[in-house]
Design a protein around this ligand. Sequence first.
Ligand code: PGA
Length: 257
Amino acid sequence: MTKSNRKTYIVGNWKMNPSNREDAKTLFSKTNLVASKSKKVTVVACPPYPFVSLFSTRNKPAVRLGAQDIFYEQEGSFTGEVSAKQLVSVGVEYVIIGHSERRAMGDTDEIIAKKLRVALEAGLKVVLCIGENGRDGHGHYLSFVKDQVLSIFKNISKKYISNVIIAYEPVWAVGKRYESALKPSDIHEMSLYIKKILSQIYDKDDAMKVPVLYGGSVNFENAEPILFDGEVSGLLIGRQSLDIEGLSKIISYANKL
Ligand code: PGA
């Protein structure tokens, strides 16, 4: 295992959990406590919309505040949607865009590209999810991921690229048994491949600096080898972000990178 100085992100995607405000407050403050002990790691919590404004960042908590999605219009008659500016106004700094569960509900690469643009224009940092639906022995997943990246980023100005974090989440590994997480060596290979694709659009130096995280069935047992041997810049964590003991272990591994 090699040590490095790369900046590390641990992003917790709470999804549609927990079911009430008190539990959300407890989870946020425990996550904050753990985050405050790990100076080297940027810990981001992404609660559901109703809880987001409970966690104003005015008091500068150690854990940074994120949301799980946005809509691609600025304002207007879009029932049920939430804009980037609204999120910024309640202290949100990060937003997840393109999660496979949103794609399954209809988000296409075209929609994701629009969401990415409005989020960046509003000053949000974006955790942009990409990943193939499945793998066969023929390497088709590589061209699938390449097409995703090229079509989502083709109209994104280079001035915004430093606010983008990519979360590589192979869809078939999300929400599965923890043994289903991709092997660290494959994760490392994919992270380099994604940077290489980005360097077709942006300056090589800028492309190489884009943090690539891994997500998909990460828990406290597989997180350490993924972080060290997968050589990623962090993790996007679903279920385990709701379990403070597991999350705390993961953050402490990331702190050792
Ligand atoms: P999981 O979810 O860690 O529960 O697999 C990851 C994600 O959906 O981002």
